[in-house]
Design a protein around this ligand. Structure first.
Ligand code: CA2
Length: 149
């Protein structure tokens, strides 16, 4: 089976493995992405990656995602603020999974609300880098058409 997934990370995710390792772990974004590349290869999926610290760049990447079948997105802080990212995802109409490294529901109140969760296929929180791997596997089953069975 074939399918193409796009993994998008929002602001400060470029600092993974370099700061706040107690919270976000020691894996760098590059290491996270190469692990996902390998997982995608095993699943027979194609995968591309995008990270930006800028809301408009994230919106434009989402708008230009017509070639992809599935999006995995950690909008980072924009999760809690961005109607623009929500609208872009709704505009392209691609199925997507929202991933967070940390359990946003166990953190400050302002992190409990997501502008994406009600329009996502699903949300994975608190599992660190494993969340992205599981999201990719979920994308595989979703695209195969036996998601939920
Ligand atoms: O838990 C997550 O994945 C978050 O999306 C991470 C965001 C935070 O604003 C969300 O509430 C939850 C923070 C981005 C990561 O920032 C880093 C800062 C230093 C080192 C590594 C990452």
């Amino acid at each position: 089976m074939t399918g193409k997934a796009l993994v998008i990370n929002g602001p400060n995710m470029n600092l993974l493995g370099q700061r706040e390792e107690g919270l976000y772990g020691s894996l760098t974004l590059q290491e996270l992405e190469s692990g996902l590349k390998e997982k995608a290869r095993k699943l027979g999926l194609e995968v591309d990656f995008f990270q930006s610290n800028h809301e408009g760049d994230l919106v434009e990447r989402i708008q230009g995602s017509e070639d992809y079948d599935f999006i995995i997105i950690n909008p980072a802080a924009y999760t809690h603020t961005s109607v623009a990212i929500r609208d872009a995802l709704l505009a392209v109409g691609k199925p997507f999974i929202e991933v967070h490294m940390t359990n946003i529901y166990a953190r400050e109140d302002f992190r409990h609300h997501s502008y994406l969760s009600d329009v996502a296929v699903g949300q994975i929180v608190g599992l660190g880098p494993l969340g992205y791997t599981l999201a990719l596997e979920a994308a595989y089953f979703f695209l195969k058409g036996d998601y939920g069975s």
